[in-house]
Design a protein around this ligand. Structure first.
Ligand code: SAM
Ligand code: SF4
Ligand code: FES
Length: 350
């Protein structure tokens, strides 16, 4: 296939067939062209500003047992913690003081936080005037509705992989159907919907990654976060090969080409594999960074995978570090809430 023609088609029409996506993923000779095209589409559709989201990792306790994740319930090498509601609200207040306009509340699937507790946390944080994103796993429709009513704006729930068999193999006790049900419920309840996948899972193929990308387009996700799978020695996938930086970046760049107006984070896992990973991602299609605002030892204990960045840094250090890096690549920091602004190709003058 003519790779240059596929890149041009993606850049101009934002539509590709599965075999064309597979061809891009399989090709090693045109990666820089793919990144450059994604960077142009990013600039045309979402501009040069980078949205910062302050990430609070409020509990590393999890009832699930995902094979790839260090927080899985069978991992006894993790020091488990739960932050009290007041401490979480307090961190959100500090996040606002650091200038973040969105707070992301992330945790394992931890039943300690009942609907009432979460409603309280969300409504108190909303009083600060920030947008609230939740990333707390699979819940019932009623629970999602209650959080939304309390003021939550967005929800991040990665599909992880659209290969149903691989998903159910790697996420024992979880069903692919229920994952889809969650995404549908979140969408119909009016959340901005974030999802994404892991790259480099054992048994994952290029065809399967192409299916993931087409799935994101089909459900019209508002945010897509992708990153390499990084093997954790305390999990059943300790000996797996894991994902590579360049292939993760390539998946991300193709997502920008096909979903031109969405928000795409330069993920922490990317920087774990390359010390400049997030800035390279921002120059290859991404427009969001999620600096950590979790304090003290909690950062270290939120150990999804080894080598996670910023574990020894404070929220203030991360804030000034990220500002410096973004400014150094000639980009600005957004002062808005960073919701998706839908734009068609026509509206964009294409
Ligand atoms: N428990 C919630 C969930 O699973 O949706 C939110 C927290 S979970 C730790 C957030 C994300 O971490 C998952 O969606 C998964 O993609 C990612 N993750 C887990 N283990 C990982 C690993 N070993 N390498 C890279 N990312 C990983
Ligand atoms: Fe729990 Fe999420 Fe990790 Fe799965 S990925 S074990 S649900 S924290
Ligand atoms: Fe945490 Fe750079 S973003 S130290």
């Amino acid at each position: 296939m003519d790779i240059a023609a596929i890149i041009a088609k993606a850049e101009n029409t934002h539509k590709l067939a599965k075999q064309e996506i597979v061809a891009l993923l399989a090709d090693d000779a045109h990666t820089q062209e793919i990144f450059a095209a994604a960077d142009r589409v990013r600039r045309r559709y979402v501009g040069d500003e980078v949205h910062l989201r302050g990430l609070i990792e409020f509990s590393n306790t999890c009832r699930q047992n995902c094979h790839y994740c260090g927080l899985r319930r069978d991992n006894t090498n993790v020091v488990r913690y739960r932050m009290e509601p007041d401490a979480i609200i307090d961190l959100a207040r500090k996040a606002k003081e650091y200038g973040y306009r969105t707070v992301v509340l992330q945790s394992g699937e931890d039943p300690y936080y009942t609907v009432d507790i979460l409603r309280h946390i969300i409504s108190e944080i909303k009083k600060l005037g920030v947008a609230v994103t939740l990333s707390i796993g699979e819940k019932s429709r009623d629970e999602y509705a209650a959080y939304r009513q309390a003021g939550a704006d967005r929800y991040l729930l990665r599909i992880e992989t659209t290969d149903r068999l691989l998903y159910e193999d790697l996420d024992p006790g979880m069903s692919f159907e229920n994952r889809l049900r969650c995404l549908r419920d979140l969408r119909s309840l009016g959340y901005e919907l974030g999802t994404g996948c892991l790259i480099g899972l054992p048994g994952q193929t290029l065809e399967s990654l192409a299916d993931d990308i087409l799935f994101f387009q089909e459900i019209d996700a508002d945010m897509i976060g992708v990153g390499p799978f990084i093997p954790n020695p305390d999990t059943p996938l300790a000996a797996a090969a894991g994902g590579a930086f360049t292939s993760s970046l390539k998946v991300m760049a193709i997502i920008r080409l096909l979903l031109p107006d969405i928000n795409i984070p330069a993920t922490t896992a990317m920087e774990t594999l390359d010390k400049n990973g997030r800035m390279i991602a921002l120059q290859s299609g991404a427009n969001v960074v999620m600096p950590n605002v979790t304090e003290g030892d909690y950062r270290r204990h939120y150990a999804l995978y080894p080598g996670k960045i910023c574990v020894g840094d404070t929220p203030a250090q991360c804030r000034s570090c990220i500002t410096g890096k973004i400014t150094a690549i000639g980009r600005g920091i957004s002062t808005g809430h960073g919701f998706r602004l839908r734009k068609t190709a026509q509206e964009n003058g294409e």
